[in-house]
Design a protein around this ligand. Structure first.
Ligand SMILES: *Cc1c(COP(=O)(O)O)cnc(C)c1O
Length: 427
């Protein structure tokens, strides 16, 4: 399997490992696979087996032994994925959010990709984060040889917990900076670095820049596996729906790729918060980012420029598989309450957005198709919101979130210009 950029009219192909190293294509586009392989033999298999079968179809310049080895290292004692009733919990990994699924594997794929291409440089992993990618990338990359991670987060746009998770993370190769803007501005500045050949050339004798954002194929491809796994665990033979809390469109795009590979998906329900640019896109066909930006109770979805949408629009003439809607903060709180009262189950605000949108969808359509709600973060990551909705119901937090406020803040830095900061860190 080879890959080309969504913006390359000549479709120049590169290998999977090259695409993983490069992250964003130099023309500003995103790498997409030349075709979609089919996969049907997933029933009754373990998570690692399913992930292996999916990845070997895409990562053709990795050997089977390598892939098995990396999947085992990433998941054997910390598999992020568990099915709980109709909720697909994706938050049992290193940092209690779904980004761990890909980011626990990413360091292995990245360093192997460097070796395969005989690149004898340190990989500088630049990340713009709306909260959860930053901590997951830091946890995954901490003290990984031949890598440095530089994380930029909107200083007022992440929860307290998310900030502490990032700024207290140990690891000699890690740097974290707050940026006085929102996520979209941070993402824009990071993307500019990737397309600025002069800037990159200043460092090219020692360093190669790459990205752990969901523009990177190494983020997208591992996520396909849990759609197949969830289906196989649900023991149905019919079609299935997934309700996905959506920001940068990475999670739900993996579901679209799973459908292209043959998974019988009826609907992918795209759930947004008040930053409903994607909801409007699916309803009107127009993608209009020129609008007010809201800070919501689901900060990891406070995104107006959804990078991965470019992969969908590149591929797709029709969007029949998708339906969409949004949930306000009031609805998010009410949904957390309702689920707790009816199911004795605590969901985080992102998951609540998906559940709320699914409930609206069901009321409108009476679609009886089995629907799994993607639970993308542990409720313990958003204790203030849970307290507002439910009072004091949270008990002891899971290990990754324990005693965060007692840890030392190692990364207090703030910046307004990420290029200046990159220069300082690398010189
Ligand atoms: C990142 C994130 C999302 C949004 O996922 P995308 O792939 O960006 O659409 C939703 N919920 C949580 C908890 C997240 O961390």
């Amino acid at each position: 399997m080879e890959y080309f950029s969504t913006r390359d009219p000549d479709k120049n192909k590169i290998s999977a490992s090259k695409a993983i190293i490069t992250g964003l294509a130099p023309d500003g586009g995103l790498y997409v696979p030349q075709s979609f392989p089919s996969f049907s033999d997933f029933k009754g298999r373990s998570y690692e087996e399913i992930a292996f079968e999916v990845l070997r179809l895409y990562l053709s310049d990795f050997s089977d032994e390598e892939l098995k080895d990396y999947l085992h290292l990433a998941y054997h004692d910390r598999l992020p994925v568990r099915l709980h009733g109709n909720y697909l919990e994706l938050y049992h990994g290193l940092t209690s959010a779904f980004k761990d699924v890909a980011l626990q594997l990413y360091p292995h794929l990245l360093t192997a990709s460097l070796r395969k291409n005989n690149i004898d440089k340190t990989a500088v992993v630049l990340v713009a984060t709306s909260g959860d990618t930053g901590s997951a990338a830091l946890a995954g990359l901490a003290d990984v040889p031949d890598t440095k991670a530089l994380i930029f987060y909107p200083i007022d746009g992440v929860s307290n917990f998310q900030k502490l998770q990032m700024t207290t993370q140990t690891g000699k190769n890690l740097s974290v900076y707050g940026i006085q803007s929102n996520f979209d501005e941070a993402q824009k500045q990071v993307k500019q670095v990737f397309t600025d050949e002069d800037f990159k050339a200043e460092f090219s004798d020692k360093y190669i820049f790459t990205s752990a954002n969901s523009i990177n194929l190494a983020r997208l491809l591992p996520q396909i596996a849990y759609y197949f796994y969830a289906y196989s665990q649900s023991e149905i033979n019919d079609k299935i729906n997934f309700a996905v809390p959506t920001g940068n469109f990475g999670n739900i795009l993996a579901g679209y790729y799973a459908a292209k590979m043959g998974l019988p998906i009826n609907k992918l329900i795209c759930a947004t918060n008040t930053n409903r640019v994607l909801d409007d896109f699916f309803k009107t066909g127009t993608y209009d980012t020129n609008r007010q930006f809201y800070k919501t109770l689901s900060p990891s979805m406070d995104v107006l420029v959804s990078s991965n949408l470019e992969r969908l629009t590149y591929d797709c003439a029709s969007y029949e598989l998708f339906v969409s809607d949004y949930a306000s903060d009031e609805e998010t709180l009410a949904t957390i309450k309702k689920v707790y009262e009816e199911e004795k189950y605590i969901i985080d605000p992102h998951t609540a957005v998906a559940k709320c949108v699914y409930d609206k969808y069901y009321d409108q359509t009476k679609d009886e198709t089995l629907t799994l709600i993607m639970a993308t973060a542990s409720p313990y990551k958003f204790p203030e919101t849970i307290r507002t909705a439910l009072g004091d119901v949270l008990k002891q937090a899971p290990t990754p979130l324990l005693d965060l406020d007692k840890k030392t803040v190692l990364h207090p830095g703030v910046t307004s210009d990420i290029r200046v900061t990159i220069k300082e860190v690398l010189s």
